[in-house]
Design a protein. Sequence first.
Length: 237
Amino acid sequence: MLVIGLTGGIATGKSTVSSLLRAHHLPIVDADVLARKVVEPGTPALAQIVRAFGRDVLLPDGSLDRAKLGRIVFADEAKRKQLNAIVHPAVRRAMLWSILRCWWRGERVCILDVPLLIEGSLWKWVAKVVVVYCSADIQLQRLMKRDKSSREDASARLSAQLPITEKVQYADVVIDNSGTPQEVERQVDQLVQRIVKEAGWSWRLSWLFPPWGVISAVGTLGWRALRRSQKAKPRRR
Ligand code: ADP
């Protein structure tokens, strides 16, 4: 199974591309959705958050008050680290299960939609990194329009992120979303054709030739680790 990492900068069009890929019936593992799921009421991660931050971070219905928790960790670096140490491993585990479920269903491709694919270390573990890019000016305009924010707020959010021009350096495929929706759709169609061609067999077929499955998995992981180890890790912001 070919595991593809999809990322971008804020408002460059990652969600737009993700929806287009979904329309091609490709399975998407969405890190943002999982990040919400792993802190739903009754989860071990929510229990850990309550132990660390108190019951004040819960709404009356027992769900997480994200806005309140956001304000607490925004103002305090140590608390932000503490929260990340709870949530990030839970999201990684949930992603791994989702990937395994894709594999078990016999999917040939699995798309990981992860905003911080480059900033974290996940980019090293996927077969292909796809970055959705648009020019900085267009990114700012789209962010202001989508979130109805002022130029100052939007610029501040952009400068808190790794610039999209840096993310592009980690890409195996760049989708340039500076143009019209039709243009991005065309690029996604081409990407789908390419990845479906490269995806190979699902395990449901390759089990007929067990040694081939093992040899190809070891070969792919080895080759990828070699290539990625030659690239420097990006600066964290
Ligand atoms: P991201 O998920 O990367 O934050 P979105 O997919 O939400 O970005 O896109 C940001 C905004 O730009 C959305 O309002 C979306 O409708 C709009 N948008 C995306 N692609 C285009 C495009 N090619 N032309 C015009 N608007 C676009």
